[in-house]
Write a protein that binds this ligand. Structure first.
Ligand code: AMP
Length: 221
């Protein structure tokens, strides 16, 4: 049996979502992405969605208390007993501390924080060419991983769209927020000795190989 509690970090557009899906496929642990949870809440116009909308669309962070609560509730669910992969959380040192406390209460700890290191010019290029399926949420990149038919999802045939926050001015803001608020989280995990830095400026397959190498050293049976 595999137990694995990991955080996948990196600037927006570093390939976290793509790599997280590969981890799910191989290791069968749930992928928990706060960005996906918030976007779904906004789409369904829930109370959470109404609060989160303005922050997400501006490229700002949703307040820590809100995302901490989402995570606390989500990782207490049964499907997380064997572990999970967190994507897009924690994004501030306060969130990282909250996560440690939540896990401690459950009698767990994080096994690793994997950091995908990607150059800034590469990020802007990747994000501005990212497209998402309007129906199933599959993610494409017009340059690196294009759909077979122009702007149509390979999996379900629905049209693709560009996330409101993947437009150039919002991308720049998200990057600034990342450098100010999330870079310190990388240092936080470095100090704890669980940071695993990976060069994310390579192909999806090359990055996956490095991640899988890291995971094979931490999995416990
Ligand atoms: P993502 O899909 O991870 O790029 O997240 C999209 C947006 O959701 C971010 O720009 C934030 O507005 C919000 N968001 C996602 N995760 C968090 C988090 N851990 N803390 C605060 N805001 C978040």
């Amino acid at each position: 049996m595999i137990y694995m509690r990991i955080v996948l970090m990196g600037p927006p557009g570093s390939g976290k979502g793509t790599q997280a899906r590969k981890i799910v496929e191989k290791y069968g642990i749930p992928h928990i992405a706060t960005g996906d949870i918030l976007r779904e809440a906004i789409r369904s116009k829930s109370k959470l969605g109404m609060i989160a909308k303005e922050y997400v669309e501006r490229g700002d962070l949703v307040p820590d208390e809100i995302v901490n609560e989402i995570i606390k509730e989500r990782i207490s669910q049964k499907d997380c007993e064997r572990g999970f992969i967190l994507d897009g959380y924690p994004r501030t040192v306060m969130q990282a501390e909250a996560l440690d406390q939540i896990l401690e209460k459950m009698g767990y700890k994080l096994d690793a924080a994997i950091y995908l290191d990607v150059k800034e010019e590469e990020i802007v290029k990747r994000l501005s060419s990212r497209r998402v399926c309007t129906k199933c949420g599959a993610v494409y990149n017009l340059l690196l991983n294009p759909p077979k038919k122009d702007e149509i999802c390979d999996i379900c045939g629905a049209p693709l769209y560009q996330r409101e926050d993947d437009k150039e001015d919002v991308i720049r803001r998200r990057l600034r927020v990342y450098i100010d608020r999330t870079k310190p989280v990388v240092e936080y995990y470095q100090k704890k000795g669980i940071l695993r830095r990976i060069n994310g400026n390579r192909s999806i397959e090359e990055v996956w190989e490095s991640i899988d190498n890291v995971l094979s050293t931490i999995e416990t049976f």
